[in-house]
Design a binder for this molecule. Structure first.
Ligand SMILES: Nc1nc2c(ncn2[C@@H]2O[C@H](COP(=O)(O)OP(=O)(O)OP(=O)(O)O)[C@@H](O)[C@H]2O)c(=O)[nH]1
Ligand SMILES: [Mg+2]
Length: 194
């Protein structure tokens, strides 16, 4: 996929500034630093379209990336669980995420990213309960799989599957350091935009 096929389109920091709902969107959510922006860069084949930082909490707004002349969009949601954000700031962006996830008519699927070295934390479980309660369709993505042994990855995969216990939820695995499976992951993710 050539880089020019995708563009940073828009960053929305409040409800009023969200872009139109004319094309399908898939969104990436998860704890701060889990690898959302890195995964988006991998999917759109760009090293720096989405901002990646060694400092957690770098994405403070909802960022939209338009694909193939706006045939569909990838949406980078602000990470949750970032403790250094101010209370006011946290409430503001949680409101924005909640509004986006519950009201967005063109949202086709949410990918909940989980760090494979850390596994499901309470905050991830709360978020997954909340998605389920609100009938929001989601998949799970185990990230940074280069950082764990195959044995530990198998364990985390099994425990995540067991906890989620929902046949409509697929659990994907990804590493930005291992590029060989990107085409397959891209197909798995982008099918939701058709
Ligand atoms: N080893 C390894 N590091 C990764 C991988 N994916 C992301 N990282 C690193 O994890 C850190 C956080 O990545 P980001 O993509 O900025 O995470 P984020 O979820 O967008 O973070 P926020 O914007 O703060 O919510 C960066 O230092 C990345 O280089 C991976 O697959 N393997
Ligand atoms: Mg980010």
């Amino acid at each position: 996929m050539a880089r020019q096929n995708s563009n940073f389109m828009f960053g929305a920091s409040n409800i009023k500034s969200l872009p139109n709902e004319s094309v399908p969107e898939i969104a990436f959510a998860g704890r701060s630093n889990v690898g959302k922006s890195s995964l988006i860069n991998l999917l759109i084949n760009s090293k720096k379209a989405a901002r990646v930082s060694s400092k957690p909490g770098c994405t403070r707004q909802i960022n939209f990336y338009s694909m193939y002349n706006d045939k569909f969009r990838l949406v980078d949601l602000p990470g949750y669980g970032y403790s250094r954000a101010s209370k006011e700031e946290t409430i503001q962006y949680l409101d924005l995420i909640e509004y986006y996830l519950t009201q967005r008519r063109n949202l086709k699927r949410v990918f909940v990213l989980i760090d494979s070295k850390v596994g499901l934390k309470e905050i991830d479980k709360d978020f997954i309960y909340w998605l389920t309660y609100n009938n929001i369709n989601f998949d799970v993505v185990l990230t940074k799989i280069d950082k764990v042994s195959q044995e530990n990855l198998d364990t985390i995969l099994e425990s995540t599957q067991k906890w989620i216990d929902n046949e409509n939820v697929s659990i994907h695995q990804i590493s930005i350091r291992v590029k060989c499976k990107v085409a397959k992951v891209r197909d798995e993710f982008f099918k939701f935009t058709r």
